[in-house]
Design a binder for this molecule. Structure first.
Ligand SMILES: C[S@@+](CC[C@H](N)C(=O)[O-])C[C@H]1O[C@@H](n2cnc3c(N)ncnc32)[C@H](O)[C@@H]1O
Ligand code: SF4
Length: 461
């Protein structure tokens, strides 16, 4: 399956259809998750019903950061007190051992991701201990063929630390950069020299990390089209394998540190659109594939290859190549996807600790998919990964008559076809070059939990 790679920028369409909407890292989205009445029973039910032959994708959340970045919307605890890590680590180790007892210690881990917060907040000994516990608890691959990734804040990294991470089995890193412009960095309290990022990237390559991702954010204070062009140029010189260019989500009522950002200094909606447009043009001109939404990858990256093969997948970690795995979330706020269940640990560190220590589970939210959810999840996943649907293929895979099952949705898609977001035919649908940017809106058509009477009237970005 060959992907259409070009994107056509149509400001009028973007403004009319908006960029707002779920990111579909799950379907149904987290809004549908409900409070768990009995977390122990739910967890053991999900594990006992799971297909035990499926390999695992493990996500570990380490929430601590030594500094606060004002834009940050992640689940984190900002502290200079490094001793806070040990009690948390003890609970995390306990959770790992408990899940291993239930899942079996012979299940292969194809994907591992340490995220945060800043996973490198913990020291070398703690990092080694955590990885050793994982190796005892599950079957980690020793052939370097798994995708074992860690998020790295360059300000928290040394060459010896990086070497240790490689020796412990990590082969991918994700580096937080956001912007290289110093004035922007000062405004968001994240001053990080380009030299620091460059050195880290070079060392990582020398050590044999096979995939390097860089995170950037557009929409930060003082950013202009020109300043962000400069940031993109500097980062492109480093040629990371993957790039995430996130749209800054300014929600100061929800994320306290964002209150320290002066809203008057944020680029306006038109400037943001222009920066977004420019990012796509520059990155595609430099040879990157826009995998979807904020994600870009080089042609030989596995994300690009899986998109070409039609085997790309999407879950809480964004676009991924590991569709065959059950996802086990470990640590505060982490989310698991086990068979037909979504299970989320408490986002509150005290409640998380108390849950694991007292009953071995810290789940506070759950969702079990019904038959209709499973069908819609499959359709949305294929659409957001492939940007096309073949109705006959879908009918066969999902054991439904696609056109009859989705008769209402196909009607809702007609105005989108008239507006040039999609090509709709008797045989299937293709997202057009102009529609790719609005993929969330197109996916929303298949979302049973959205009131479609309001879909066309949501606000412009
Ligand atoms: C957990 S952080 C990365 C690891 C490490 N803590 C660091 O900052 O380098 C994950 C990424 O989320 C993105 N991010 C955080 N807050 C955001 C926000 N409000 N809007 C958009 N992206 C955001 C940033 O690009 C950040 O690198
Ligand atoms: S961006 Fe990273 S380092 Fe900064 S506060 Fe958020 S999680 Fe911590």
């Amino acid at each position: 399956m060959l992907q259409q790679t070009n994107i056509q920028w149509d400001t009028d369409l973007i403004r009319r259809y908006d960029l707002a909407g779920p990111r579909y890292t799950s379907y149904p989205t987290a809004l549908q998750f409900t409070d768990t009445p009995d977390s122990v029973t739910t967890l053991s039910k999900a594990i006992s019903e799971r297909d035990s032959k499926k390999p695992l994708s493990l996500y570990l959340h380490i929430p601590f950061c030594a500094h606060v970045c004002y834009y940050c919307g992640c689940n984190k605890v900002v502290t200079k007190d490094r001793s806070r890590a040990e009690p948390y680590l003890q609970t995390l180790l306990k959770e790992i051992k408990l899940r291993s007892e239930e899942l079996g210690n012979d299940v292969q881990v194809d994907q591992l991701h340490w995220g945060g917060g800043t996973p490198t907040f913990i020291d070398d000994e703690q990092t080694t201990r955590l990885m050793q516990t994982l190796k005892e608890a599950f079957k980690l691959r020793d052939d370097d063929q798994g995708d074992y990734a860690i998020e790295i804040d360059p300000r928290e990294m040394t060459p010896s630390r990086l070497k240790l991470l490689r020796e412990l089995g990590f082969n991918r890193i994700s580096i937080g950069v956001q912007d290289v412009n110093e004035a922007v960095q000062i405004k968001v309290n994240r001053v990080q020299s380009l030299e620091m990022t460059t050195d880290l990237l070079k060392e990582a390559r020398q050590l044999g990390f096979r995939s390097i991702n860089v995170d950037l954010i557009y929409g930060l204070p003082l950013q202009t089209e020109e300043s962000f062009a400069e940031t993109l140029d500097r980062i492109l010189e480093l040629r990371p394998d993957r790039l995430s260019v996130f749209n800054y989500a300014h929600l100061p009522e929800r994320f306290k540190p964002q209150r320290r950002i002066n809203a008057d200094e944020l680029p306006d909606a038109l400037t943001k659109l222009a920066i977004h447009h420019q990012s796509i043009e520059k990155l595609t001109a430099a040879g990157y594939r826009n995998i979807g939404m904020d994600h870009f990858a080089l042609p030989d990256d596995t994300l690009t290859q899986h998109q070409d093969d039609g085997t790309l997948h999407r879950n809480f970690q964004g676009y991924t190549t590991h569709s065959q795995c059950d996802l086990i979330g470990l640590g505060v706020s982490s989310i698991s996807q086990i068979g037909d269940y979504y299970l989320q640990n408490s986002p509150n560190i005290e409640r998380y600790t108390q849950g694991i220590e007292s009953q071995g589970s810290a789940l506070t939210k759950e969702y079990c998919l019904n038959e209709d959810d499973k069908i819609r999840r499959a359709v949305i996943t294929r659409l957001i990964c492939d940007f096309q649907l073949d109705f006959a293929d879908q009918s066969k895979t999902l054991n439904i008559d696609f056109k009859a099952y989705f008769a209402n949705e196909l009607k809702l898609l007609e105005p989108m076809a008239q507006d040039g977001l999609i090509h709709l035919s008797d045989a299937g649908m293709d997202v057009t070059a102009a529609g790719r940017l609005l993929i969330r809106r197109i996916c929303m058509t298949f979302d049973a939990y959205i009131d479609h009477t309001e879909q066309r009237f949501s606000k412009i970005i």
